[in-house]
Design a binder for this molecule. Structure first.
Ligand SMILES: Nc1ncnc2c1ncn2[C@@H]1O[C@H](COP(=O)(O)OP(=O)(O)OP(=O)(O)O)[C@@H](O)[C@H]1O
Ligand SMILES: [Mg+2]
Length: 314
């Protein structure tokens, strides 16, 4: 349909042949007079047409608005489903990667245990108690190793599935760290030493299980990456607003190029490949610290040593 109204005006036939000024005037007058009614009607029709079109457009805009809202809802749903899917996929990948890594890591301690067991039997036949005790200790160390791999995996699964919620309680911090250090001394090899000092407030409010796990990871790294005569210094400081615990060692250190990747899952330093581990410990520590709104930092120099520092709010 055309947008222009059809005025439908005719020039009267009796004036068509006569082109004088009067006839032109009369002609114009007649034109206006005859056209007025038809023009108003056409304008009204035109107005109605426009009003109808506006109404239609408004209807369409409202429909479009609803469709847009539905599209946005669908988009949001899609993105939350794909997020959940990505998380699930990541967890599955993590589990399968862990299983292949753990089965590889399991083989070494299991082989050690098997050979130590057959040696214990042999030493038993000749009553060599000293060598028997040595192999019993080897079996114990291997079992500790397997347990720590399994602990890592369980912690990570629980953390990923959001099953770890801190349960803070009042703790005598100095006594608590002292207790952990005593436990860790049992894991020390050769002349390795762990010393501990504490300053500031005695009591803190925190989740003991989580702190134990964090310190366990940091101190066992310090032992693992330090030579037989290594010195590990654990220092606790607690003030009104925060707790700071540092674990310093004089071990192999972390190469500068590796430092930026250190907290990534499964990452292991290039100078650590000959030492057992899965590369999960520090990642778990950072996850635990996130839960406690704390932070982890470190300083390290290759062949000089490493210091890890945790900071927790109070
Ligand atoms: N105290 C340290 N001294 C030197 N290197 C360290 C120290 N702590 C961590 N690292 C480096 O960081 C890497 C990652 O540490 P992380 O604790 O995550 O893994 P891991 O000890 O190798 O294995 P896992 O803890 O899973 O048994 C280590 O492989 C090592 O290269
Ligand atoms: Mg570790």
């Amino acid at each position: 349909m055309s947008d222009e109204p059809n005025l439908g005006v005719e020039v009267p036939f009796f004036l068509k042949k006569n082109e004088s000024a009067l006839s032109l005037f009369l002609n114009g007058f007649y034109f206006l007079y005859k056209g007025e009614g038809t023009c108003t009607e056409a304008l009204a029709k035109y107005n109605n047409e426009i009003a109808f079109q506006i109404e239609e457009k408004e209807k369409r805009a409202a429909e479009l608005e609803i469709a847009n809202q539905e599209l946005n809802e669908a988009k949001n749903m899609f993105s939350s489903i794909s997020n959940a899917l990505a998380k699930e996929k990541e967890l599955n990948e993590l589990k399968s990667r862990f299983v292949s890594l753990a089965s590889h890591e399991f083989r070494t301690p299991l082989t050690t245990m098997l050979s130590s067991l057959s040696l214990i039997t042999k030493y038993g036949e000749i009553n060599d108690l000293a060598n028997q005790a040595k192999h019993v200790a080897k079996i114990k160390a291997s079992i500790d190793n397997l347990t720590s791999i399994l602990d890592d995996f369980l912690s990570l699964s629980k953390l990923e599935e959001g099953m770890v919620l801190p349960k803070p309680e009042k703790v005598n911090l100095k006594d608590f760290i002292d207790e952990i250090v005593l436990e860790m001394r049992l894991m020390a090899a050769g002349k390795q030493q762990i010393v501990f000092s504490h300053s500031g407030k005695q009591f803190a409010f925190l989740d003991k299980k989580i702190l134990r796990n964090i310190l366990h990871n940091l101190i066992s790294n310090a032992l693992k990456f330090t030579k037989e005569n290594g010195l590990i210094e654990v220092v606790g400081k607690s003030s009104l607003n925060f707790i700071k615990i540092s674990v310093k060692d004089n071990g192999i250190g972390i190469p500068h190029e590796d430092q930026k990747h250190l907290l990534q899952r499964f990452f292991r330093g290039r100078n650590a490949s000959h030492i057992q581990g899965t590369g999960l410990g520090l990642n778990i520590v950072t996850k635990y610290l996130e839960q406690m709104k704390g932070s982890l930092s470190f300083e390290s120099e290759e062949n000089i040593g490493t210091t890890f520092i945790i900071k927790l709010p109070q």
